[in-house]
Write a protein that binds this ligand. Structure first.
Ligand code: NAI
Ligand code: AKG
Length: 447
């Protein structure tokens, strides 16, 4: 049996063992598709059934989250934490609060996180969690009661040497604060490293908030430099207007590009003078408003409801919203509009059909597990500062982030070349991340 046949058999088995989890199947397929050449070079991985083990989470926790809204009505949500792989270190990965969350989403995110964390070169394993709770439209007190109830179960499974959650969609500074407060209260331990993305007044680190967006743009900058180009004068489109999107926009502007459009789930705004990022912060981080509120302050801009931002012509696209937000038709629109580089700020935002279309059109593509790894890397830096009771300056933290992203880019680039696929960042990221985890798993024996 060839390596490809073997991998196909493993994938068929993953689908059979995890029915109805389309996003998890997609994430597994994407990685397995790339790693066949690594199996040829390393037959010991196949002998030890590394792939079969990597596709099976070490632990999956599902729990009830009861809470009461402001009117006294009781709600029941479902909480998840999937502790996927601890070969490289304690489980690390965010929590997502969104109505679409179910086990298949948490498993896809946890699986991606394993390889992403490996690519950072830091001692962190992969995990992810969340709930089908939607904080949108909820009062601060409702969000607080939900977070307290969620942590009342989660606390028994986490710890700074076990599993350290952070934010993701729907979980920002406010939620991390409530989660941390409840963890501290229940355990009577000021265990700073148990959660990252904390506020700066209680153990948070400079640049963690900015890190995912800045990191994705640093990665894009490295891709441009690799071909003797830069962001200077580039038209850029960013999807989303949350944590990752806002700081991606800020960094593009600092590097000389112009972000001309961004979005939320209601539609997109187009501002050819460049998105006003301070206004976006005020609307999204403070007022939690819909994106069309942007027009009240920038009347020359336009709002387009219920369409995707990818119809706006650009040279660089940075998807920063959610999974599978670039469908085949969006890829066609981007290619038609002159897009030459797609850099994933979000996790798996590009559908498999769109990835194939980009490859066929020569659009250079950076997968999220490499390009958005700046967030989790900055989380590891936050833990490092917590452990040494230290706090670094913004400038120093940003410089560390920049070096980490440069290093990830260089390794993806070099691995793709080593395996005869120059410029294929997805293959480079999958193989390099997989090799790191596989080597550690081999060293630990059959566990
Ligand atoms: N926060 C972090 O540090 C990291 C986040 N990510 C990924 O980045 C993505 C965004 O996460 P955050 O910015 O943290 O979340 P967020 O909750 O701050 O923002 C999400 C944004 O996406 C928008 N959105 C959601 N569905 C949409 C749709 N169908 N069309 C258009 N916009 C839509 C929301 O309106 C919001 O603006 C997710 O895929 C997440 O997994 C990846 C690495 C780290
Ligand atoms: O900062 C972290 O621990 C996790 C970030 C995250 O969830 C991600 O990289 O997708």
């Amino acid at each position: 049996m060839t390596s490809r046949d073997k991998i196909q058999q493993i994938f068929t088995d993953v689908v059979r063992r995890n029915p109805g989890e389309a996003e998890f199947h997609q994430a597994v397929h994407e990685v397995l598709d790339s790693v066949a050449p690594a199996l040829v070079k390393h037959p010991e991985y196949a002998e030890a059934k590394i792939i079969e083990r990597i596709c099976e989470p070490e632990r999956q926790i599902i729990f009830r989250v009861p809470w009461e809204d402001d009117r006294g009505e009781v709600h029941i949500n479902r909480g998840f934490r999937v502790e996927f792989n601890s070969a490289l270190g304690p489980y690390k990965g965010g929590l997502r609060f969104h109505q679409s969350v179910y086990l298949g989403i948490v498993k896809f995110l946890g699986f991606e996180q394993v390889f992403k964390n490996a690519l950072t070169g830091m001692p962190i394993g992969g995990g992810k969690g969340g709930s089908d709770f939607d904080p949108k439209g909820r009062s601060d007190r409702e969000v607080m009661r939900f977070c307290q109830s969620f942590m009342t179960e989660l606390y028994r499974h986490i710890g700074e040497y076990t599993d350290m959650p952070a934010g993701d969609i729907g979980v920002g500074g406010r939620e991390i604060g409530y989660l941390f407060g409840q963890y501290k209260r229940i355990t009577n331990r000021y265990e700073s490293g148990v959660l990252t993305g904390k506020g700066l007044t209680y153990g948070g680190a400079q640049v963690r908030r900015e890190a995912t967006g800045y990191g994705a743009v640093f990665f894009a900058d490295e891709m441009l430099r690799a071909v003797g180009d830069s962001f200077d004068g580039k038209r850029v489109v960013v999807s989303g207007s949350g944590n990752v999107a806002i700081y991606a926009i800020e960094k593009v502007h600092q590097l000389g590009g112009t972000v001309v459009a961004c979005s939320d789930s209601s539609g997109y705004v187009r501002d050819d003078k460049g998105i006003d990022v301070e206004l976006l912060k005020e609307l999204k981080e403070v007022r939690r408003a819909r994106i069309d509120a942007y027009l009240t302050h920038r009347p020359h801009a336009s709002f387009v409801a219920d369409r995707t931002v990818w119809e706006v012509p650009c040279q660089v696209a940075v998807p920063c919203a959610t999974q599978n937000e670039i469908a085949a038709s969006d890829a066609a629109a981007l290619i038609k509009g002159g897009c030459a580089i797609v850099v994933e700020g979000a996790n798996m935002p590009t559908s498999p059909e769109a990835i194939r279309a980009f490859a066929a059109a020569g659009v250079r593509f950076a997968p999220g597990k490499a390009a958005n790894a700046g967030g989790v890397a900055a989380s590891a830096l936050e833990m490092q500062q917590n452990a040494s009771r230290d706090s670094w300056t913004f400038a120093y933290s940003e410089q560390r982030l920049r070096e980490i992203m440069r290093d990830i880019h260089a390794r993806c680039h070099a691995t793709a070349e080593e395996y005869g696929m120059p410029g294929n960042y997805a293959a480079g990221a999958n193989i390099d991340g997989f090799r790191r985890v596989a080597e550690a798993m081999l060293a630990h024996g059959l566990i």
